[in-house]
Write a protein that binds this ligand. Structure first.
Ligand code: NAI
Ligand code: OAA
Length: 272
């Protein structure tokens, strides 16, 4: 599955809903990739989990991960993005970034990767269709729109809701919370709308990608619909994500990262 071009040593920063699932899959064996190190916010909590691994990784602080791996998977709170990504990309290594919204506050990391031969990879994550969006972006995309509907649990605590004093707990009907650009959505909902920023980076950027966010007591899944109009095609797609242990995060998110890792250096790659 892997080739000599693929990094072999993988680190994971954050063992929450996403990181723990990826760690478990890597330990099962993924085409020669080895999970060498993890950083956890609560190492005690994960001691038993990691001890059950066939090959338990080292547990090290965030700022030491780069000494153990060629590639890091950032699956931690957004505020830690720079501490995780900078040592890897400045050393010419790869960082797979889940906290995509935080990238907009640290765009210089992209320049740092460029200057040092590193790479930042934003996976499709909880979204759908980024292959088609990147293909359409080779031509001209006229518009990109995303409509997100989440159960209240998937939105509670977002800065936009708190700062505006919006009460979503007693909702009986869907409530449109926000309409604006992906950049603004990333600021107002940093732990809930990474997908909007990922979509914008794949297509026409955070200032032209338009986003609607609904708190919807009638849905049980985190639902994202994207609508794209381009000179090559018009398409719309919807994904209904089953929430994971973290109600903000869809179960498919870690699977997207595993799929991405499997593609690296594979003899057969499907999808752009
Ligand atoms: N791009 C995408 O499609 C998606 C991105 N996300 C984002 O991915 C990130 C991770 O999401 P989840 O796993 O659901 O979050 P989570 O809250 O379940 O897990 C985060 C983990 O980071 C750990 N952590 C805290 N401080 C740490 C430190 N100093 N060192 C190491 N670990 C530390 C916490 O203990 C926790 O286990 C979040 O920023 C989230 O918003 C989530 C869903 C989809
Ligand atoms: O983008 C995010 O942060 C999470 C999300 O919407 C989902 O998992 O459906």
């Amino acid at each position: 599955m892997s080739s000599s071009r693929a990094p072999q040593r993988v680190a994971i920063a954050g063992l929450g809903a996403i990181g723990a699932a990826i760690a478990r899959e890597l330990d099962r064996g993924q085409g020669g990739l080895t999970l060498t190190a993890v950083a956890s916010g609560s190492p005690e909590k994960h001691r038993e989990f990691l001890a059950s691994f066939r090959s338990p990784p080292s547990v090290v602080p965030l700022d030491q991960l780069h000494a153990h791996a060629d590639l890091v998977i950032e699956a931690a709170p957004a505020r830690l993005l720079r501490a995780i990504v900078e040592p890897f990309v400045s050393g010419g290594k790869t960082a797979i970034v889940l906290s995509a919204a935080a990238l907009l506050q640290h765009e210089d990391l992209i320049d740092l990767a460029k200057a040092n031969g590193g790479q930042i990879v934003v996976p499709t994550g909880a979204l759908i269709g980024l292959d088609a969006v990147t293909a359409a972006a080779v031509g001209t995309i006229h518009s990109v729109r995303m409509i997100t509907r989440k159960p209240v649990d998937g939105l509670r605590g977002a800065p936009f809701i708190v700062d505006n004093g919006i009460d979503i707990d007693g909702l009986k009907e869907p409530l449109k919370l926000f309409e604006g650009t992906a950049r603004e959505a990333g600021k107002g909902f940093p732990a809930n709308l990474n997908v909007a920023v990922a979509l914008s980076l794949a297509g026409i950027g955070p200032d032209r990608t338009m986003v609607e966010i609904w708190a919807d007591p009638s849905v049980t899944r985190n639902t994202h619909r994207i609508e794209v109009d381009a000179d090559s095609a018009r398409f719309s797609m919807t994904i209904e994500n089953i929430p994971s242990d973290n109600p903000r995060t869809g179960l498919i998110t870690p699977l997207s990262v595993i799929a991405l890792l499997r593609k690296r250096g594979a003899a057969l790659r499907v999808g752009s």
